[in-house]
Design a binder for this molecule. Structure first.
Ligand SMILES: Cc1cc2nc3c(=O)[nH]c(=O)nc-3n(C[C@H](O)[C@H](O)[C@H](O)COP(=O)(O)OP(=O)(O)OC[C@H]3O[C@@H](n4cnc5c(N)ncnc54)[C@H](O)[C@@H]3O)c2cc1C
Length: 426
């Protein structure tokens, strides 16, 4: 079994990294080369802007290359809760931005000719109890009325048309959701941005930022510094560098994924007959789908811990047990890949985007960023052009998380809380 992400192991190398030294000036310096940073750099460069992207490691190597590959419409939150929390207009705007986000991914794939198996398959959310299905029905009605006429429910009597498991009491379908090979997508975006002139430097962590005036900064790395008319922060969990402000507002939570060996067509069809992306909101949550080469990619939080090779293997073993429990037809399949990554979770699990000390940022997608991070990168490019109202998160405040000073010391306690909750079925 390999302990690297399937997406990173099966993607082509990025071959168009910048060769020139880090020096001089740029219109825009983007910090971070995940979905957010790459799509922002691509959008700016495509409009003729002079852009430098600085990535601490390799493009798409953090959350953007370690996720479940689901590219879903709609957000994670219960819609009624979101309306109460955000107000009617902001809830609608943010939900709609997730729908627009899948269109953005599709557009980039088409315009740049990225070979990444993008498919609109629809998302299936599964109810683990009759009460959960009743909640789905009222939620679908509200979503239909407020924002999205396409969402619908499937009753327990028909659920076997959607899923090869006896554990579920119905489901909710988001028909415009999609899936893609995220490793090939990130490299495709990086190659496209470089083609339009973006200078992308891998293995170049930003270590310092010196403000020169309202917007201009000197961005410092150990290989040199560059002066930016505009800085964009796209650093995900922002673990490295001068980003303490963001670290106090984001909790990095481990999430873990396994990929089975290649399965025959009859087996994958028996698990997810319509090949949709699947999510199960039970305990620590599960999400799964079929890969382009017929593997089941099965993820979940599994445990509240920081991802590392040892922890990932432990998480993988927990996931394998869950996968077999849900789908006994997979009891003999072998696992080829097992990995983990860190999800950037905000306190209310809504992303944040805006301006901090003259720099633009978009962060904190809280586990639903394949589409939204890509989309927000393009929104950041529009904000640079003065279109601030394009930002769907512009009305959300973002105070620091009380008691959080940048390292998530409380995760083991949260783990115990969820295990007790699951054990007693609440
Ligand atoms: C295990 C897992 C499963 C997930 N599954 C899904 C899913 O199925 N569907 C979904 O929609 N979302 C999913 N997500 C969430 C999604 O992957 C993220 O929301 C998204 O990738 C965030 O993209 P990003 O560009 O903001 O951040 P990242 O991909 O984390 O990129 C940030 C980049 O910034 C770089 N960086 C940080 N500090 C510095 C510095 N000082 N200098 C230079 N560079 C720096 C990092 O190296 C990194 O490459 C999952 C996440 C995980 C971890």
């Amino acid at each position: 079994m390999k302990t690297v992400p399937y997406w990173l192991d099966t993607r082509p190398a990025f071959t168009s990294g910048a060769k020139e030294p880090i020096a001089g000036k740029a219109d825009v310096v983007v910090i971070g080369g995940g979905f957010t940073g790459l799509s922002c750099a691509l959008a700016v460069a495509k409009k003729g802007g002079d852009v430098v992207l600085l990535e601490a490691d390799v493009v798409g190597g953090a959350a953007s290359g370690r996720n479940g590959g689901q590219c879903n419409t709609g957000f994670f939150h219960d819609y009624a809760h979101a309306m109460k929390r955000l107000g009617r207009d902001a809830a609608r705007q943010i939900y709609q931005s997730y729908n627009d986000a899948v269109d953005t991914v599709e557009r980039i794939v088409r315009e740049e000719g990225i070979d990444c198996s993008f498919r609109r398959v629809g998302k299936l959310k599964l109810a683990v109890s009759p009460a959960a299905f009743e909640k789905f029905k009222s939620s679908a009605e509200l979503i239909n009325r407020e924002v999205d006429p396409d969402v619908y429910t499937v009753p327990g009597s028909q659920i076997h048309e959607e899923i090869g498991s006896d554990l579920f009491h119905g489901g909710m379908i988001y028909p415009k959701s999609a899936m893609l090979h995220v490793g090939r997508f990130t490299v495709g975006m990086a190659e496209a941005a470089a083609r339009y002139g973006a200078r992308i430097h891998e293995h170049t962590p930003v270590v310092g930022l010196t403000r020169l005036d309202a917007r201009r900064y000197r961005v410092e790395t150990q290989k040199g510094s560059v002066e930016a008319n505009q800085v964009v922060i796209a650093t995900g969990i922002s673990a490295k560098g001068p980003f303490a402000y963001f670290r106090r507002r984001i909790v990095p939570v481990g999430s873990f994924v396994i990929a089975t060996g290649r399965l025959d067509q009859a087996t994958v069809d028996s698990v997810i007959p319509k090949h949709r992306t699947v999510s199960v909101a039970r305990g620590l949550g599960h999400y799964y789908r079929i890969s382009p080469d017929n593997r089941i990619i099965f993820g979940g939080r599994a445990q509240f811990a920081v991802s590392s090779p040892k922890v990932d293997v432990k998480g993988g073993a927990i996931l394998l047990r869950s996968m077999r429990e849900i789908h006994p037809q997979l009891r003999d399949v072998k696992i080829d890949y097992c990995w983990g990554g860190m999800i950037e979770v905000t306190r209310d699990r809504f992303a944040r985007a805006g301006e901090y000390k003259g720099m633009y940022f978009s962060l904190g997608y809280s586990g639903s960023g394949v589409q939204e991070a890509t989309h927000m990168g393009t929104i950041l490019a529009r904000m640079i052009d003065g279109e601030k109202e394009a930002n769907p998160y512009r009305t959300l405040s973002w105070p620091p998380i009380p008691g959080h000073f940048g390292t998530p010391w409380f995760l083991p306690l949260v783990d115990v809380y969820y295990k007790v909750k699951e054990k007693f079925g609440r």
